[in-house]
Write a protein that binds this ligand. Structure first.
Ligand SMILES: [Fe+2]
Length: 215
């Protein structure tokens, strides 16, 4: 949520999204998309531009010249048992740029400028190369990367945003709720000899019971 908007939490938004969708003239939907976060999802369910074919487990979601600190995020997606790696699980991510802006031109937050789709390989692996996002301008909202997961038998849902352990806006409460080890949604980044930041997050997929997108 951009600083100019009230800080609407995800559940509140889901409750209100259909109201927004009805109340807003169509020309305003693109403007809503500028605020990134999760707001616009319900406004544009039918407009995903991603094509499921030819999706790979590893991708780069920024161009070579994208300003910011290069970052590679990787991990394994497991079945609900927490042990069995799952092949063919889709992971969609989107984020701000290094100034905290989404810079989308469409009405769908899936089309924010920096976004990408992966599908896990036979080892359940995913990886995306990006730049470290920033907090929204003039806000204390931690920098984050939004993400959805889905797969055969697993309707799409939001997982907790990726956050970063060195972010001063990540609260103790958030750390308590983020999980432990590689399943934590708060990444501990390390910088390699190549200068690139890396973080790992494994995901234990669920059969969607909350934060479902309806896809
Ligand atoms: Fe956001």
């Amino acid at each position: 949520m951009k600083s100019s908007l009230p800080n609407i939490d995800r559940r509140s938004f889901l409750r209100n999204a259909s109201v927004f969708a009805v109340a807003l003239p169509a020309f305003q939907l693109g403007t809503l998309g500028l605020f990134g976060c999760n707001q616009a999802r319900s406004l544009s369910r039918s407009e995903s531009k991603e094509q499921p074919a030819n999706v790979t487990w590893k991708t780069t979601i920024v161009s070579a010249g994208e300003p910011g600190d290069p970052l590679i995020v990787s991990g394994t997606i497991y079945a609900p048992d927490g042990r069995t790696p799952l092949e063919g699980i889709s992971l969609f991510v989107y984020q701000t740029d290094a100034t905290g802006r989404y810079s989308t031109t469409g009405g769908d937050n899936r089309n924010t400028r920096i976004h990408g789709l992966m599908r896990t390989n036979a080892e359940g692996r995913y990886e995306f190369r990006t730049i470290k996002p920033a907090s929204y301008p003039s806000s204390r909202i931690p920098a984050h990367i939004h993400a959805f997961v889905s797969g055969p038998g697993y309707p799409e849902y939001w997982i907790d945003e990726y956050h970063f352990s060195d972010d001063p806006f990540v609260t103790g409460d958030m750390r308590d709720k983020a999980g432990k080890g590689n399943l934590s949604s708060i990444l501990t980044l390390t910088r390699g000899a190549d200068g690139i930041l890396r973080g790992v997050r494994d995901i234990k997929i669920e059969r969607c019971s909350k934060n479902c997108t309806g896809r």
